[in-house]
Design a protein around this ligand. Structure first.
Ligand code: ADP
Length: 385
């Protein structure tokens, strides 16, 4: 490991930053976090917390002045400031250029098309009056509308029917929007790719996501995904092609659909550790967080192999309340072998807010499903009196 150990600056102080710092501390590496929330999950593990917005250029420069290398755990960072840092010779991984493409869904889709990366058919529109002609022209009945810059965790994404457009007030987003063909999915898959500064790469085994249609959030995932060896390879190759096209070191989570005809289509890419890689902490030889740390430290990439089949369940805020909370049935959950609770230290619950997750390991897929179903039945977020 290079000495003296660099100090790492993380823009965003959520759970991804927190789990990254957990790994950094194992290597005695210090991190500084930039986040406006005084109780940000990553803040209490950081050596220092700059309490300011992730879109505040001055604060980003202040962070950089205290750190040797900069990364981020959320896309909505002020990218111009990152570009300035690069021009000043600071290391920013992934690069500002990669983030600029990804943080705007219209640019991201256009990028896939121009790089011949398989993705669902789409059209870009700039104003509400353009929606109906565009959708009619494509001949779609169902389609998905995605706001260019306002979306994460299913917000800013809406499944629609062409008839919805007969009422102009039903148009949910203004400005630049992607309208996408609705894909009837066989599966939703994610492949996390690591790219180091020398161009070495490795991929994690594909994971299969299960969604809560109502909340539009991943509720649990399994790895390895139930794919044939050939499909695993196709998914891996597409993820690698996508990450390499972004031309930057970093961790990239490539989310894709497997359609009914057996084709993989890239949905979107996250330039950071991802919810679909939480299980790698216990289930893989090298977690996605440690892998990012290795990339930032210019250390060798670690093995991405799975030690055991794994599942991950998000612990979400209950629909019924907002406020202080506790995880119910904790003792019962902890009595099961191979179950790991992660709570992110968020002070209050809100409906569907990600409060923690549970990783479950088992010897085979069948045992994993049984154990996951049991653990899921126990998970409950209860209000504190
Ligand atoms: P976010 O960035 O908010 O996570 P996504 O683009 O990943 O938004 O969309 C959220 C979910 O909506 C996807 O995981 C998928 O279940 C569904 N979805 C998105 N695009 C399509 C599409 N073109 N066809 C069918 N379902 C889609």
């Amino acid at each position: 490991m290079q000495q003296p150990l660099p100090v790492i600056g993380i823009i965003g102080g959520g759970q991804l930053g927190r789990m990254f710092i957990e790994e950094a501390l194992r290597y005695n590496v210090s991190c500084v976090v930039l986040d406006s929330d005084p109780d940000a999950p990553a803040a209490r593990l950081a050596q220092h917390h700059i309490q300011a917005s992730i879109t505040d250029a001055e604060a980003i420069h202040q962070l950089a002045a205290q750190c040797d290398v900069i990364t981020y755990e959320i896309e909505h960072v002020f990218v111009d400031a990152l570009e300035e840092l690069e021009q000043l010779g600071k290391t920013v991984y992934p690069s500002a250029g990669a983030l600029r493409i990804i943080q705007d869904k219209t640019k991201q889709k256009a990028f896939y098309r121009s790089h011949d990366i398989a993705t669902s058919d789409f059209v870009l529109v700039n104003e509400p009056t353009a929606w109906l002609p565009a959708v009619r022209n494509k001949g779609w009945t169902k389609f998905v509308a995605k706001s260019g810059t306002d979306g994460y965790d299913g917000k800013g994404v809406q499944l629609m029917h062409v008839d919805d457009l007969l009422d102009p007030s039903a148009i949910p987003f203004n400005g630049a929007v992607v309208l996408e063909e609705f894909i009837v999915c066989e599966k939703e898959i994610s492949v996390i790719v690591a790219v180091d500064a020398s161009g070495n790469t490795c991929c994690y085994p594909a994971v299969e996501m299960q969604f809560d249609a109502k909340a539009n959030l991943v509720t649990y995932l399994f790895s390895p995904a139930t794919l044939s060896a050939q499909q695993q390879e196709e998914a891996r190759a597409l993820a690698l092609k996508t990450a390499l096209a972004l031309n930057s070191p970093g961790i990239f989570a490539v989310e894709m659909f497997l359609d009914k005809a057996g084709h993989f289509l890239v949905n979107e890419t996250a330039p950071r550790p991802h919810n679909s890689g939480h299980h790698t902490i216990e289930a893989c030889y090298t977690s996605q967080y440690e892998q990012l740390l290795r990339i930032l430290l210019h250390a060798p990439l670690g093995s991405t192999n799975l030690i055991k089949p794994a599942a991950m369940i998000n612990i979400l805020g209950d629909e019924s309340f907002s406020g202080p909370y506790e995880l119910a049935n904790e003792s019962e959950i902890l009595r099961t072998e191979g179950v790991y609770i992660h709570m992110y230290g968020k002070k209050t619950a809100k409906p569907n807010r990600k409060l923690g997750h549970i990783t479950i390991l088992a010897d085979n897929q069948q045992a994993l499903i049984a154990k996951t179903t049991y653990i899921q039945s126990l998970i409950q977020i209860k209000p504190l009196p």
